[in-house]
Design a protein around this ligand. Structure first.
Ligand code: ZN
Length: 199
């Protein structure tokens, strides 16, 4: 692994020249077609797992790939969603959960978060995911992490749909919502449930 001084130098020297024309064009335009909402987890790299070039993904990453349901007042995630749709005109939004998610593990294993109140408060945005996972017949009581990861993608798609900009674009059929789960060990991406939410 290179450090934070070597990395940028290597990028400029070894990587940038081959993409110089792309970056010259991107310097003048920003028209991504996809909003990718993923977990902040360092192992889930949106451009890598989708093989996207610079300029193709508008990315929001939060702990647990959580999207707070719409509420009035300033909210960085909500502002980014609105910008992606109303200004950039994205046609797709992906919410990508992943295996071994630390946020979902904390909830599934009921970790004591009293010493980290900001994390505890943030994870309340997954309340509907834990409720949904607990109701799965195959996982009575406390859900396992994989069940919760899956339920959380569904729950965050529902939260996403509460944002007016999303609701408008979905109703106009200019936007599709998609749910993915990325498996770190195999690199596989499972598609779940997005189409039903968008319909
Ligand atoms: Zn995660």
């Amino acid at each position: 692994m290179h450090d934070l001084t070597d990395g940028p130098a290597r990028f400029r020297r070894d990587v940038f020249p081959a993409k110089a024309r792309l970056f010259a064009r991107l310097a003048m335009t920003h028209r991504p077609k996809t909003l990718f909402i993923g977990c902040s987890d360092a192992r889930v790299v949106p451009e890598l797992i989708t093989q996207s070039e610079p300029g193709e993904l508008f990315v929001v990453r939060t702990a647990g790939n959580l999207v707070p349901a719409y509420a009035s007042g300033p909210d960085g995630v909500a502002a980014s969603i609105e910008y992606a749709i109303a200004v950039l005109g994205v046609n797709d939004i992906v919410i990508c959960g992943h295996s071994a998610c630390g946020a979902m593990t904390a909830l599934a294993e009921e970790h004591d978060l009293s010493a980290t109140p900001m994390i505890a408060g943030w994870l309340r945005h997954a309340d509907s995911a834990t409720a949904r996972a607990a109701a799965v017949p195959a996982a009575p009581g406390t859900p396992d992490v994989a069940t919760l990861v899956r339920a959380n993608v569904h729950a965050q798609l529902q939260n996403l749909a509460t944002h007016p900009s999303v609701a408008r674009a979905v109703a106009a059929r200019t936007l599709t919502l998609r749910g993915w789960i990325f498996d770190i060990a195999t690199g596989a991406i499972e598609t779940i449930g997005g189409a039903a939410v968008a319909a």
